[in-house]
Design a binder for this molecule. Structure first.
Ligand code: FES
Length: 281
């Protein structure tokens, strides 16, 4: 059963500005919720190395080093993957769990290369041939917008350039830091209408299976894949990326994908797109 949280309202613009250094305040606040010892790991790592430095260089590792592990700290008794904490994620883990759901999906928090991620399985291969009204989730490929609402491009503009961006094996891995103030979103950490085991098409904010940032209630649809844009927090450079759609809340844009590959049954991340993950310190 999902844990109940006392959600915070989104801060005012002024409060956001005051907190902009900011993500630290929210990380500290977030520790109260018990999910994210990962955040402590991350903060400590980033303080010394900076984000990009803790990622392996492209092609700079052999298989197992790129594996993703489950992260269920503090939720060992309630998350479906609680007993798998710190074990390598496999596709079979997700397929088995998704088979128990109403929607054909399963999601889990994890750690990859020292950073928080959320891995989501969507039985797209099977469900895409069913009517959308069936409530069986499938990936949707969409135009994305910037924080002003201006259309910037389609997901397939990016996946055409690099097919590895396209969901592989019905799995997507999402960088787990909110584009609002860099808190770590969860998958069904919260029991409410945004995380119920239901699915609706369109990437809208009408409930259903969402990633939910407990800090100020931003919602993201892991089935709605789009092009998005953000900026490097250190140098201000803007970049476009393939990501999942922001469905609601104060987050300005969606969360980036981390392309994955399978090594046997083990889920591994691909390290070619580290600039996509630089909007937090
Ligand atoms: S950090 Fe504010 S909604 Fe996620």
């Amino acid at each position: 059963m999902a844990r109940e949280y006392d959600l915070k309202p989104a801060p005012s613009d002024a409060a956001s500005a005051a907190e902009a250094g900011g993500s630290y305040v929210n990380r500290r606040q977030f520790l109260r919720y018990g999910f994210n010892t990962a955040t402590g790991v991350l903060a400590a790592s980033l303080g010394v190395l900076g984000f990009a430095a803790i990622l392996l260089p492209p092609g700079g590792s052999t298989g197992g080093d790129l594996g993703v592990v489950f992260w269920a700290k503090g939720r060992e008794d309630e998350a479906w993957y609680g007993a798998k904490h710190l074990q390598l994620m496999t596709k079979t883990d997700f397929v088995d769990e998704a088979a128990k759901s109403n929607t054909g999906t399963a999601g889990a928090s994890g750690i990859w290369n020292g950073v928080p991620v959320v891995v989501t399985y969507v039985n797209h291969s099977q469900n895409k041939s069913t009517p959308e009204s069936s409530g069986l989730a499938r990936f949707q490929f969409m135009e994305g917008v910037d924080e002003t609402g201006k259309t910037i491009g389609h997901f397939e503009d990016l996946s055409d350039q690099d097919p590895r961006i396209f969901p592989s094996e019905d799995l997507v891995m999402i960088f787990g830091r909110c584009t609002h103030l860099c808190c770590i979103p969860g998958w069904q950490l919260v029991s409410n209408s945004f995380t119920e085991d239901s699915w609706t098409p369109g990437g809208g904010d009408d409930g259903g299976t969402k990633l939910f940032c407990i800090c100020h209630s931003s919602r993201f649809d892991p089935t709605a894949l789009e092009m998005n844009t953000n900026r490097n927090r250190s140098n201000g450079a803007t970049f476009n990326y393939a990501g999942i759609r922001k469905a609601g809340g104060p987050a300005p844009v969606g969360l980036p994908l981390i392309p994955i590959q399978l090594n046997g049954d083990v889920i591994e991340g691909i390290t070619d797109y580290i600039d996509w993950y630089t909007y937090c310190d």
